[in-house]
Design a protein around this ligand. Structure first.
Ligand code: KIV
Length: 259
């Protein structure tokens, strides 16, 4: 088993797992120092391209951003989201995941869904491709983005889905917007780590979209916390630059070439 995956599995019930998304090299290299796992999420569709759904994200876009992220990662586990309609059956899932693994040199891929995707997960695992699961809100296919686990039937289904995914061989599962008590139940019910986003402190680890954490995205989602406001810092720099250019204070001789 990949050493980095083993390290993540060993954290269950010992220490929280730190995950963030990254879409390019410079940010990835900062995250790499502090994260256990860096995810190239298909959230890049809305964050970078203003798409109103992750359905529009292509395999090519995921591969290009992942290649950039790879350049910034030395120690963390790098996971790449398989985009919508790239894993509709086991052979399509295998062909596309193999391509992603080969082109991006990532450590694992992430697939959204429960019972329905088990044959695809099994095929990838059988072919030694590490897989991360993703249940709760499924941005690629859900019509309504409301939290999961309100009703008993839905809670039972999610509990069952996570056990099926574990049995199929995923090494970890993202829980997106899963109700607090259900997150606890799922995390206790399975032996692999759960990584929460909008799913309370009851998960084995947490993930956030990096542009939400830094305030670049202006997200108003309930589960988002802006830990720093990068926008303000960029504005300070840009205003200083503008003023120095207008006043001919930049560039100075030391920034220029003379014979
Ligand atoms: O696409 C993404 O960034 C994700 C995380 C929010 C888990 O799937």
């Amino acid at each position: 088993m990949n050493k980095k995956i083993k390290k993540i599995l060993n954290k269950k019930n010992k220490s929280k797992i730190i995950c963030l998304t990254a879409y390019s090299k410079n940010v990835a290299s900062i995250l790499d120092k502090h994260c256990d796992l860096v995810l190239v999420g298909d959230s890049l569709g809305s964050v970078l391209y203003n798409f109103n759904s992750t359905k529009q994200v292509t395999l090519e876009t995921m591969i290009n951003h992942s290649k950039s992220v790879r350049l910034g990662i030395k120690k963390s586990l790098m996971v790449v989201d398989m985009p919508y309609n790239t894993y509709r059956n086991p052979s399509e899932a295998l062909k596309n995941s193999k391509l992603v693994m080969k082109e991006t040199k990532c450590d694992a891929v992430k697939l959204e869904g429960g019972k329905k995707i088990i044959p695809m997960v099994e095929r990838l695992v059988k072919n030694k491709i590490p897989v991360m699961g993703h249940v709760g809100i499924l941005p690629q296919t859900d019509k309504k983005f409301t939290f999961k686990g309100k009703k008993l039937r839905e809670s039972k289904r999610l509990l069952n889905d996570t056990k099926l995914l574990e049995n199929a061989g995923v090494f970890s599962i993202v829980l997106e917007c899963v109700e607090t008590n259900l997150s606890k139940k799922i995390s206790n019910h399975i032996n692999i780590p759960t990584i929460g986003i909008g799913s309370s402190v009851n998960c084995d680890g947490q993930v956030l979209v990096i542009d939400d954490l830094t305030g670049l995205s202006q997200s108003k989602l309930k589960f988002v916390k802006k830990f720093v406001d990068i926008t303000k810092l960029i504005e300070i720099g840009v205003k200083k630059y503008k003023s120095e250019v207008l006043n001919k204070q930049f560039p100075k001789a030391k920034h220029s070439f003379s014979k």
